[in-house]
Design a protein around this ligand. Sequence first.
Ligand SMILES: Nc1ncnc2c1ncn2[C@@H]1O[C@H](COP(=O)(O)OP(=O)(O)OP(=O)(O)O)[C@@H](O)[C@H]1O
Ligand SMILES: [Mg+2]
Length: 317
Amino acid sequence: MQLTDSNSSYGDELVIALMGKGGTGKTFTSLGMIQALRSLGKSLIVADADPNRSLSRYLASHYLENAEEELKNLPLMTQAEKDFYEFQGLSPEIIYRDFYSYPLDRVQKFSINPADWFTQKYVRYVTDGLGLMSVGTSALHKEELYSTRCSHATLNPLKSWLALCTNGVVVVDCGGGEDAGRFGLPIGAHVVVVVVEATPDSVAISEDIRAIDEELQIPVVYVLNKCLNQFPEVEAFESQNSDKIIGTIPFIPSVYGKNPLELKDEIGKDIFSGIIDKILVRELSSPTQRWERVLRWKENLQKQQQLKQVKALSSVS
Ligand SMILES: Nc1ncnc2c1ncn2[C@@H]1O[C@H](COP(=O)(O)OP(=O)(O)OP(=O)(O)O)[C@@H](O)[C@H]1O
Ligand SMILES: [Mg+2]
């Protein structure tokens, strides 16, 4: 599958991550984009990276008969560590930080279509051509709840999978706020769509999220959602970012709180197909460029840690 004929800067993959302040409409926009991609005939994997799992719930209740039961039994990327190590041929003493310094030819790429064994194991196909990959609330597992390990660590298999997946389309719905950016979850994405609610507060927070993504060198675009009142701050944001705003969605009261997959004509379908069109014409990163971001991120992490040590030593002396 070639995503676009004119774009030769990348292979057959496209990873779109959605970020934004809590409640701005990331899950709603993810589902709209998923439907638009499906109507273009693209098979795809939806990665629900939010431990609250709204997206998984919407997909399960729309497509699966025993949604609650199915949700309980979803394979979870937060528990994929052992398989991840096996897939990458890593010995147990290797830590992720080491892995993030391997050159691309030393790591195994994942394949979406056809799915390699790891991808197959951690994706639940809810219908033809639509796979769901999900994280779970790892704190519900006692060993995680009482462990001193940072919960971010459980997302390493997903982060690496996103950076190394090939041959398919992935839409990643991140949890709310800047947190996903702080630990580099979307670092392998081709583009981050920051969903901005059209309020002064959300605009300000989206700027912080953009700054993180730009530091990580991930291309950023915006979707302005729930547009209702005219705020000068929002208008200023619009005029400053006109080249990066790929969609504007009104506030639609009849949509609020509903499963976006159950909606009929409440939202013009063109809104989401327009958003997808604008992403597809963009110059996207190659697999090498995506992995280089991971390597650079790891180097910066290391530099920051060394700086901290130097500061600590100088305050002692
Ligand atoms: N354009 C819109 N018009 C009206 N309601 C909307 C619109 N977009 C989203 N909503 C509603 O806003 C609420 C939050 O949306 P959604 O769950 O998609 O946000 P989110 O950013 O994914 O939230 P979270 O940060 O909790 O994951 C939902 O009830 C949804 O139905
Ligand atoms: Mg959400």
